[in-house]
Design a protein around this ligand. Structure first.
Ligand code: GCU
Length: 844
């Protein structure tokens, strides 16, 4: 019986496609017989569920335990809802502490539990999983399953409590099904102005989130549509809440501050106006009638054009408290975002600074928020950049409960077409010590409410899962979501350990897979920072368009306030009190003093706090400009290793996930070169300071497209110009939409080369390219990254659309001819930048 079930379970895993949908909850069979044997020996014979109601997370836990044990060790245990004391040995009991003590005598000391906490006891063939509440019992079940799925059947007595009560995810999904900053398909929640009729994916998602101890989801965009609250949608939201409830997850909602006017037909949304107050209290009552366990509201007010209380000269606290009063009778809370700033700021004013805004808007309101308000603060003072110091607001409003907003969505970090494992960045922020009043004041202690004795606090993670089966558009990016949940529960965990567990659960036990995923993942953030924006200058992506590719000039001379203040001689924001925006002075005095002084500011934040000449020497001994050049070369070089390392795992990972990851890592390696060259060319052009190593602007292995014999192609500028090699590209302008570019390789020494084609893949067309070597087909490709990456970047020839394909190991003789035939499609003009003939192992 045991054997046959195991074979069945194995078959089930092999036939079910590994498309990523199961995430880290695959429950794959233990591949090692010795470990399996231990597992079988330690296994109880029955699962006892202390709750038989289908909507109870305890019931869910028992079902999940049954499925997980079947998958991992091939044993199909029965679930019993009968509880007799004699069943305790050789049973796996799951329930709340109250139910457990009722049934088995007072054995569990409930005083040790925090809300949502759990006890997991594994002891010689019996397993006890007891939650402080039903949700806690489910978390305990997932903890046990995670252990056995990683081959860990050891005895354990683990009492686990969350570090903070708020462990939410925020989605930026729109009612029409689009997702703001979404890169993995359409919304799993909404479409056509309504909640989707089929919420199967929501249930699958809730299961993933429950396993990482997330306790609430806000499905709709912070740029909220007032129609979210119409009667039809409230019913739909009720259906979402019904799907979440068995997973112990509550629904929260983003609100549009002007809803009383936009939806309610009032002529005002003034938060102190009695008609507005009653509109909100009636709407809240209507919501709680359908969703009695609604977690509360999330509010973006007076930010980036959103309505808010300042319109009526009311304070942000007046705005937050309006909602706090409305949800207070139901036990709800309000997450009020601190992301408030003037996006029409005057860049000519030296002392203006968007990074100052949060403290300026919120400081004087400390103590004025009701108890059920939590101010939700982005980790840095600007906007999810590749490196920012911790947001000073964390240490400025001691009387106010605070949550940290992290972004699992890689908005400024390559949008899941590049992979960046973000937890090391989050950890750096969470471990940052403000030294308030010269006492240890870690961000993680502040948001847990410990440092300043706040009653609430925690974590909000912005996630952009979509209908793509990989959820996030990149299988490896799921480690970010996994790690977010684990860190929100216990921020002292290490980013490395979390990653190892995730990899084991996601890809199995092969030591090569574990090592490769770990090495690649941990190299990603440093590499991305190296090939994007260094020394605290921000990501240097195009902030006026899609936040994806390079465009350093876009940072400056506009009201958005992500300024670098780059001139021909200097770069960096002067945020000192002495001579700049005063931002350094928003930190408690020890930290303020460190950031005020260039000598004590760490190199990696030097340009965040100081305006310096490009020739300023860093503590490393390099000049700022040489650091830029070197970092960009190093980072792009590291990115080249990602697909090579991954390729070595072929046959160790199922085909679909292997190929999809390989495609993306290869794309990332190519686009890292686009980044490297764009940024280096921009600052080289601006500063006129040469690279000490002579690399910048000097690419001997390249043949620029403008040097080819062109038919049907004409010279064009990319926008910005530095996103084309030699500042020039070519695009088809011929009326028949065909073009030809031919070159004789008279300067090449005969040998074996990798041949790279740099081109532009814009959205809105799928141009065709055919490359020939001496009239023999070498490579054909289509400009269809929008389909292959599931992510549309740009409709222009720029740093977003710039990309490359490479053919490896091509035999080339001096005098050979390369020809590229392009066929334009719609707005996609089969544009080309250069061809690189590169000796293997080198980079052009
Ligand atoms: C960023 C992002 C916006 C988002 C905003 C926010 O600016 O680009 O899309 O709405 O943050 O967090 O509110």
């Amino acid at each position: 019986m045991r054997a046959s079930l195991r074979i069945l379970a194995l078959c089930a895993v092999f036939v079910s496609a590994e498309d990523g949908l199961a995430g880290w909850l695959r429950y794959a069979p233990i591949p090692d017989d010795t470990i399996l044997q231990q597992g079988l020996e330690s296994l109880p014979s029955v699962i006892v569920s202390l709750n038989s109601s289908r909507v109870s997370p305890v019931y869910t836990a028992a079902k999940e335990l049954q499925a997980g044990i079947l998958g991992v060790v091939g044993e199909n245990l029965n679930v019993s809802y009968e509880t007799t004391a004699s069943e305790q040995s050789s049973s796996l009991i799951v329930g709340t502490a109250a139910a457990f003590n009722d049934n088995y005598g007072t054995q569990v000391d409930v005083s040790k539990f925090a809300p949502d906490g759990f006890l997991l006891r594994v002891k010689k063939g019996s397993v006890t999983i007891v939650g402080q509440n039903e949700r806690g019992a489910l978390y305990g079940a997932f903890e046990y399953l995670s252990r056995i799925a990683r081959g860990d059947f050891a005895e354990v007595e683990l009492l686990s409590n969350p570090d903070a009560p708020i462990r939410w995810v925020n989605h930026w999904d729109n009612l029409d099904g689009s997702i703001e900053r979404g890169y993995a398909g359409l919304s799993i929640f909404f479409g056509n102005g309504l909640v989707l009729p089929d919420l199967t994916r929501v249930a699958q998602y809730a299961r993933l989130l429950a396993s990482i101890k997330i306790n609430a989801i806000v499905p709709n965009n912070v740029n909220a549509n007032a129609n979210t609250l119409n009667a039809t949608n409230i019913e739909g939201l009720g259906r979402i809440a019904d799907v979440l409830r068995p997973w112990g997850i509550q629904l929260g909602l983003s609100l549009n501050f002007a809803s009383p006017q936009l939806l309610g037909g009032l002529n005002t949304f003034d938060p102190l106006e009695p008609a507005v107050i009653s509109w909100w209290s009636e709407k809240t009552a209507e919501l709680y009638k359908r969703v009695p366990d609604l977690a509360g509201f999330l509010v973006k007010a007076n930010s980036e054009g959103q309505p808010g209380p300042l319109t009526y000269n009311r304070t942000l606290a007046d705005g937050a408290n309006l909602f706090a009063k409305a949800v207070q009778p139901y036990g709800g809370i309000v997450l009020f975002r601190a992301f408030v700033y003037n996006h029409h700021a005057d860049w000519n004013v030296w002392t203006n600074d968007r990074a100052n805004a949060a403290v300026e808007f919120f400081n004087h309101l400390d103590g004025k928020f009701l108890d059920n308000v939590v101010v939700q603060i982005k980790y840095g003072a600007i906007d999810f950049q590749v490196r920012e110091p911790a947001n000073p607001l964390f240490a400025n409003i001691p009387e106010t409960s605070k949550a940290i907003e992290l972004q699992i969505t890689q908005e400024y970090l390559g949008q899941q077409s590049h992979f960046v494992y973000i937890p090391p960045l989050w950890k750096e922020i969470l471990d940052f010590d403000f030294r308030d009043e010269s006492k240890t004041s870690l961000v993680r202690d502040i948001v847990a409410g410990r440092r300043y004795n706040n009653s609430l606090g925690g974590y909000a993670g912005v996630v952009n899962v979509g209908t793509n089966t990989s959820w996030l558009g990149h299988h490896l990016a799921m480690s970010n979501l996994y790690a977010y949940g684990l860190l929100a529960w216990d921020p002292t965990l290490s980013a490395e350990d979390i990653l190892d567990d995730w990899t084991r659960l996601t890809f199995g036990f092969d030591p090569d897979v574990l090592k490769t995923v770990s090495d690649i993942s941990l190299a990603t953030w440093p590499a991305y920072e190296d090939y994007s924006g260094n020394l605290g200058i921000q990501t240097l992506t195009d902030i006026l368009y899609t936040h994806f590719g390079p465009n350093p000039a876009s940072q400056d001379n506009n009201g958005w306030g992500q300024w670098t203040r780059a001139t021909q001689t200097h770069i960096g924001m002067d945020r000192t009190v002495r001579n700049g925006t005063g931002n350094a002075g928003q930190y408690p005095h020890e930290v303020a003093a460190a950031f005020e002084n260039i000598e004590t500011t760490p190199d990696n934040l030097i340009l965040w706090f100081h305006h310096v000449p490009y020739t300023h020497r860093l503590k490393s001994g390099k000049t700022v400009i040489q650091h830029f050049y070197d970092a960009h070369y190093d980072g792009a070089q590291t990115a080249q290793t990602f697909p090579v390392r991954w390729e070595a795992l072929r046959n160790k990972i199922d085909v679909q996930r292997f190929e999809e990851v390989l495609f993306r890592l290869t794309y990332q390696a190519g686009h890292a070169i686009v980044w490297r060259d764009s940024i280096n060319n921009f600052y080289h052009n601006l500063s006129r300071i040469d690279d000490e190593h002579g690399r910048v602007g000097n690419h001997p292995h390249r043949i620029e497209a403008e040097r080819f014999n062109l038919k049907g192609y004409s010279l064009v500028k990319a926008d910005p110009v530095e996103t084309a090699s030699n500042f020039t590209a070519v695009a088809i302008t011929a009326a028949d939409g065909r073009g030809e570019a031919v070159i004789k390789l008279d300067d090449v020494v005969s040998g074996t080369y990798d041949v790279a084609f740099a081109y532009y893949d814009v959205i809105g067309g799928r141009a065709r390219y055919s490359a020939f070597l001496n009239e023999q087909p070498l490579l054909e490709w289509i400009g269809n990254l929008e389909d292959k990456l599931g992510h549309a970047f740009s409709n222009k020839i720029d740093g977003h659309s710039a990309t490359r394909v490479t053919v490896k190991k091509v035999e080339i003789q001096k005098g050979d001819e390369i020809k590229i035939v392009g066929v334009k499609d719609g707005v996609e003009t089969a544009a080309l930048d250069y061809v690189a003939i590169v000796p293997p192992g080198e980079l052009d």
